[in-house]
Design a protein. Structure first.
Length: 234
């Protein structure tokens, strides 16, 4: 609802032509479990559609619970790809849990059908790492999902400069996996902060507009700025 951008109610379009072209049925049916406490997901497309609706309504906890039941051992069908293509409609939602849920959907797609991801995974990964402390424990990614997505982001960069926090997090997760596989301790060297510098600009970058972010130069290392009063000795 454009007149109320922070509203959560959804308005259904019941005469959508794209729905008839991509979905086999007029609507999805969700059987109720015998206990009467939850619904049963009979198809993967129906489960993904329900996750999408919960994500659009900003019901992150319920979307995370439903997403746990989504699994596939084959490539997505055209119907499932069409449902996932609507995840891009939630890109304006920059809540920490929204980043996490889109990344979990990306990890599910990356294993079987990478071309189904039509939203900015790299931007979601950056927001997820920056807001990690505010992500609900129910929505967080597993270490394996994080490694999968980080390796994907590093791969698609194709030699370009990769975000500093991305490579650092990947090094940590690789060291964690190596330590769990063996009994020996694994040493991980972390970069030191600059000796001179002012306040970090990472917080400014996180809350900046997308247009502004595109104009900020991304470099490996910490981002600082200095201020020297005019007339003071250098």
């Amino acid at each position: 609802i454009r007149s109320c951008p922070f509203s959560s109610p959804l308005v259904s379009v019941r005469n959508d032509c794209e729905w008839r072209d991509h979905v086999r049925t007029t609507y999805y049916l969700y059987p109720i479990h015998q206990s009467g406490s939850f619904i049963v997901m009979s198809t993967l497309a129906g489960a993904l559609y329900m996750v999408l609706l919960r994500l659009l309504r900003r019901d992150y906890s319920e979307a995370s619970t439903l997403l746990s039941s989504c699994a596939s051992d084959a490539s997505f069908t055209d119907e499932e790809r069409w449902v996932l293509s609507h995840v891009k409609l939630t890109e304006s939602d920059l809540h920490p849990n929204a980043h996490a849920l889109r990344l979990r959907l990306a990890a599910l797609s990356l294993e079987h059908t990478p071309e189904a991801m039509q939203w900015d995974v790299e931007e979601d990964l950056f927001g997820y790492l920056q807001k990690f402390a505010h992500v609900s424990s129910l929505c967080r990614l597993t270490a394996e999902e994080e490694r999968l997505l980080l390796e994907y982001v590093v791969q698609i960069q194709d030699g370009r400069v990769v975000q500093f926090h991305t490579t650092l997090r990947l090094r940590y997760l690789n060291a964690l996996a190596e330590a769990r596989a063996g009994d020996d301790d694994v040493r991980l060297s972390l970069p030191t902060q600059m000796r001179f510098g002012g306040t970090k600009l990472r917080a400014l970058y996180v809350h900046a507009h997308r247009f502004t972010k595109g104009r900020l130069e991304r470099k490996v290392g910490h981002l600082y700025y200095n201020y020297r009063r005019p007339g003071s000795p250098s």
